[in-house]
Structures are given as C-alpha cells and as structure tokens.
Design a protein around this ligand. Structure first.
Ligand SMILES: [Zn+2]
Length: 82
C-alpha cells in the first residue's frame, strides 16, 4: 500500500498491522516512524497493538476485538477535539 507524503492518524491505524508485521515498504515505515515522533496518540496506539500481538502471538486486523478498536478510535476522536 502506498501512502501520501503526510501520514494521517487514520492512515497510520490502517497500516499499523502491516507495520508490525514488517509488511510495509521501507519508505512507508519511515513515514509511520516520522508520524510517531510527534503523535503521542499513535504512539500509544502502537504500544497497545504491540501488547495485543505479544498476547496473541500474531495479528491480523480481524483479530483486533471490535470493542478495543472502537475504544481506540474513540480515543482518537477525543484528541481531535482537544
Ligand atoms: Zn497520529
């Protein structure tokens, strides 16, 4: 998947499983990491995803419990309002 130059939080969420699995192109990995430098929200999201992977041993988007996904996306909406 190719990304535009500036990665948004929504795009990061979309590619996070690929990122964690090392399936992203190097240039996109760079964009993810550039985004994480200034975005605390996505850093937290990534940490939670890593913890989920550590528990499950593997990760596919459909393995993320819908309620967790909903909670995290709700958190993003909170930040947007701040
Ligand atoms: Zn972000």
């Amino acid at each position: 998947m190719r990304l535009d130059r500036e990665l948004t939080c929504a795009q990061l969420v979309e590619v996070i499983t690929d990122y964690l699995e090392g399936a992203l192109a190097p240039v996109d990995v760079e964009r993810v990491e550039e985004h994480l430098v200034f975005c605390d929200g996505c850093t937290t999201y990534l940490e939670q995803m890593r913890a989920t992977v550590a528990m499950a041993g593997r990760l596919r988007a459909e393995d993320i419990p819908p309620e967790l996904q909903e909670r995290l996306l709700g958190t993003f909406r909170e930040w947007r309002r701040l």
